[in-house]
Design a protein around this ligand. Structure first.
Ligand code: ATP
Ligand code: PRP
Ligand code: MG
Length: 212
């Protein structure tokens, strides 16, 4: 983490398309198309700024360890990790969705602890604990909507945007846990060390977010 360089961890997948215009507002343009390039370290028009193409779930890890100075990550992912070296700098307002409990309409659990399938074990645990409800958590890595259909779980905790995935599988949203959007995050140490450089970048990005 050289003092005059900036490394930014960018989530591949659905966040990427919405992140690039925000970087462009700070005059950061990748030299290769991050969508099609197989490169994982991308040079930009600014020789001292590099982009890392990472899995959405991994972005906070790179920033927490200082391998990247900055990053973009979903609030859903941030709620799952212990990021003691992280600050959230800007709510980018992109990749908006809701973290929800969902299940089969009319379902009422009877006589046993509610079985909850989710990728978001910590958030689910916290949510049900706050309601004073003891639940059994089943960790999944994707396609959560399948679990109640085949009897693996009673309900799921997953992201809902249009509701199309729930609907296509005969499920309905039941309880709202949190509103989700992507955040610009920074490594605390990098923020002190490279304060001016980071503040300038953040200012441009914040302006682009405000002008929506
Ligand atoms: P991976 O397991 O590869 O990390 P992922 O499912 O976490 O995959 P994406 O689907 O690209 O990766 O989602 C990235 C982020 O976008 C999520 O962390 C969340 O904040 C947001 N997101 C996910 N699904 C939706 C959706 N359907 N609508 C809007 N935002 C979403
Ligand atoms: C996400 C999420 C839901 C779906 C919700 O999955 O896990 O399944 O989007 O969006 P909707 O309400 O608009 O249908 P994604 O498409 O990212 O698939 P994944 O399992 O590969 O993460
Ligand atoms: Mg996804």
């Amino acid at each position: 983490m050289a003092q005059n360089t900036l490394t930014i961890a960018l989530s591949k997948g659905r966040i990427l398309k919405e992140t690039l215009p925000l970087l462009a507002a700070a005059d950061i343009h990748p030299l290769d198309d991050p969508d099609s390039s197989r490169k994982l370290i991308l040079d930009t028009n600014q020789p001292h700024i590099k982009l890392l193409a990472v899995r959405a779930t991994d972005a906070p890890t790179y920033v927490n360890y200082g391998t990247a100075d900055l990053g973009v990550a979903g609030k859903d992912v941030l709620m799952e990790i212990e990021g003691e070296n992280l600050y959230e700098l800007v709510d980018l307002g992109i990749a908006r969705c809701r973290l929800m409990v969902a299940g089969q309409p009319g379902f009422t659990p009877a006589g046993h602890r509610l079985r909850v399938a989710t990728k978001y074990v910590r958030s689910a645990q916290r949510y049900f604990a706050e309601k004073g409800e003891q639940v059994e958590l089943i960790k999944l890595y994707g396609s959560m909507e399948l679990a109640p259909l085949v009897g693996l779980s009673d309900v799921i905790v997953d992201l809902v945007d249009t509701g199309n995935t729930l609907k296509a599988n005969g499920l309905a949203p039941m309880e709202h846990i949190a509103d989700i959007s992507s955040r610009l995050i920074v490594n605390q140490h990098a923020y002190k060390l490279k304060h001016d450089m980071i503040r300038e970048l953040v200012q441009h990005i914040q302006e682009a977010v405000n002008n929506g």
